[in-house]
Ligand binder design. Structure first.
Ligand code: SF4
Length: 367
């Protein structure tokens, strides 16, 4: 069986964390934070790369590992240096103040602001400055087998991305074919989207234990990505167009007379970009472990290019998130005896895998 799209997606995330950008290097004061399956309500991207100011990213850490949602951001970004009644200090939110009051309490519970009572009034004061840590946001769609049908399906989504301009760049990542001219170039994708071709680095490996990993990790080779087509910079600071509906079969040059769309202002885009970045900060790309059966006796972390990816010893390949569940016919819980081999309190190898992934996620957050 060929490599599942899920495994390809994890390899793209892993590569992006280590190698981004595909040409050149990030300056020393920047880092790439990578997450997967994030976006806005109507659009979810496979891989997201948030280019961050390294010092500002480190300063963001004082607000905790959990994301700050839009209500919390409203509070922490506008909290005053000196004590003030919260309704005087914060800008009108455009929704009922009682929700702001709840957010003030939530922010105080997280030690993100200070609060005190002055009679019936709640006053707030800034505890830390919320840093300007997000520089650029890059969206990547992963399509290892980019045939004409897959390109057609992607083209519509990418046209919407380009029109909205929420990400600074959009890429399509696909598997390299080795042909002199990658066939992806002949597909009908919007010219604004870049194309990355990944060498297939998923050959069966085996053996070799990651010194940083729980027992059972195996090794395999790395991969390289080459730029097949460079993307255009999207207009993130200008008003965007959200395409709500378009006639069947319409293309970028076709008849759009029946299309429904609406404009979004740059302020909305700025807010959404920060919310997306906050979610990326919380989740990273290793959160797959939260939904996989790391406690299955067949689950492994397999060393790959200096990092680790999930591996199923029963299927002899990387499992997908969907199949690696309690309903998997080959699921078998870790034998209780494993839990006494060096993990008397914290659990067995499955717990060890989860801790390893959490440590790696943490390392990226604090460059
Ligand atoms: S056997 Fe099933 S549950 Fe166990 S690791 Fe493999 S895919 Fe996951």
């Amino acid at each position: 069986m060929s490599e599942p799209e899920f495994t390809f997606e994890l390899r793209v995330c892993q590569w992006a964390e280590r190698e981004w950008p595909p040409e050149g290097t990030l300056s020393d004061d920047r880092v790439a934070l990578v997450a997967r399956q994030l976006g806005v309500r109507e659009r979810r991207w496979d891989t997201l790369i948030v280019e961050c100011d390294a010092d500002a990213l480190a300063a963001r850490a004082v607000f905790g590992d959990e994301r700050l949602d839009s209500d919390l951001l409203h509070v922490v970004r506008n909290a005053p240096d000196e004590w003030a009644y919260y309704r005087d200090a914060l800008p009108d939110p455009g929704y009922p103040w009682r929700y702001v009051r709840e957010a003030v309490h939530d922010a105080a519970d997280r030690d993100a602001v200070e609060t005190r009572r002055a009679g019936n009034r709640i006053e707030i004061r800034r505890r830390w400055h919320y840093p300007d840590w997000v520089e650029r946001i890059v969206a990547v769609e992963n399509k290892p087998d980019l045939d004409a049908a897959a390109a057609d399906a992607l083209a519509d989504q990418i046209e919407r991305d380009v029109a909205l301009g929420l990400a600074d760049e959009v890429w399509v990542a696909t598997r390299a074919t080795g042909d002199r001219i990658e066939p992806a170039l002949f597909e009908d994708l919007p010219v604004e989207a870049g194309i990355l071709a990944f060498d297939d680095g998923a050959a069966d490996g085996g053996g070799g234990t990651d010194p940083d990993a729980a027992p059972g990790a195996a090794q395999e080779g790395g991969e390289r990505a080459s730029v097949v087509w460079r993307p255009s910079a999207l207009a993130v600071d200008e008003p965007g167009t959200r395409i709500r509906e378009r006639p069947e079969g319409a293309t970028a040059t076709g008849d759009r007379s029946a299309a429904r769309f609406e404009y979004v202002d740059p302020e909305w885009k700025r807010g959404k970009r920060l919310e997306i970045a906050e979610r990326a900060y919380e989740r990273g790309w290793r959160a797959y472990a939260d939904t996989m059966r790391t406690d299955c006796r067949h689950f492994r972390l397999r060393r790959h290019d200096g990092d680790v990816l999930p591996w199923c010893g029963a299927k002899r390949r990387g499992p997908t998130g969907r199949e690696c569940s309690g309903s998997c016919p080959e699921f078998a819980p870790e034998p209780p005896a494993w839990r006494t081999r060096g993990w008397p309190i914290e659990g067995g190898p499955g717990k060890g895998f989860e801790r390893l992934l959490a440590r790696r996620r943490e390392r990226v957050r604090r460059p």
